[in-house]
Ligand binder design. Structure first.
Ligand SMILES: [Zn+2]
Length: 207
């Protein structure tokens, strides 16, 4: 119908007959071959357009089948030690974040590979909530933390590292947990190894 990028491409193409055989391919397009965008149909605005039809292949292919490569689907099949799991419920489970913001950073995940909170069943919502509460109590008991950050990042744009599988963060906070390491060295200081944290939290969970 209206604005057709191919129309512009055809006009400026070396094969369009504007310069038959007289120009090396790759040479600059002459002014005579350019079309003033104002003469084309459509409504101009302040944006330039970068036409990228080659990217259509990625869009058409859709997202990668994450289920085959999802850390939160794979973890429950491993041992607690290997999967860093601290508790297993009926519809959801709790594991340590492999990339903790702080020692004791837990994730509560449904077993089902669902992306967003509104896809969870009533039973999953209830169990994710119950496991989150239990996780807070356990962390408070074993680590004496002063507060928590709880949250779910929904979608990659919102910061989810694994955006295809729902997970709730439980991050324990201490009054003295912040320093300049993350700012000046892109480094987090973590005083306890994951295996030790897992054992401590799992033991307290059982108790
Ligand atoms: Zn998954």
């Amino acid at each position: 119908m209206t604005t057709d990028p191919d129309a512009v491409a055809a006009v400026s193409s070396p094969d369009s007959g504007a310069a038959p055989g007289g120009r090396e391919s790759g040479s600059a397009t002459t002014e005579a071959e350019l079309v003033d965008a104002a003469t084309l149909p459509g409504v101009p605005d302040e944006f330039q357009r970068l036409w990228t039809p080659h990217r259509m292949a990625y869009i058409s292919a859709g997202r990668e089948p994450m289920e085959q490569n999802c850390p939160f689907c794979a973890a429950p099949d491993k041992s607690d030690e290997e999967g860093l799991i601290v508790a297993r419920g009926k519809t959801a489970y709790v594991l340590l974040n492999l990339f903790p913001y702080n020692s004791g950073h837990l994730l509560v995940c449904p077993y089902r590979h669902i992306a967003t909170y509104d896809q969870a069943t009533d039973e999953e919502v209830a169990e994710i909530g119950a496991l989150t509460q239990r996780g807070m109590r356990v962390l408070r008991a074993v680590s004496n933390c002063d507060g928590f950050n709880l949250g779910m990042n929904q979608g990659a744009i919102a910061g989810a590292g694994v955006d295809a599988h729902l997970h709730q963060h439980i991050v324990p906070r201490w009054a003295s947990d912040a320093n300049f390491f993350p700012i000046i060295a892109k480094t987090k200081a973590l005083p306890q190894l994951l295996g030790d944290v897992r054992r401590t939290v799992a033991d307290a969970w059982e108790a």
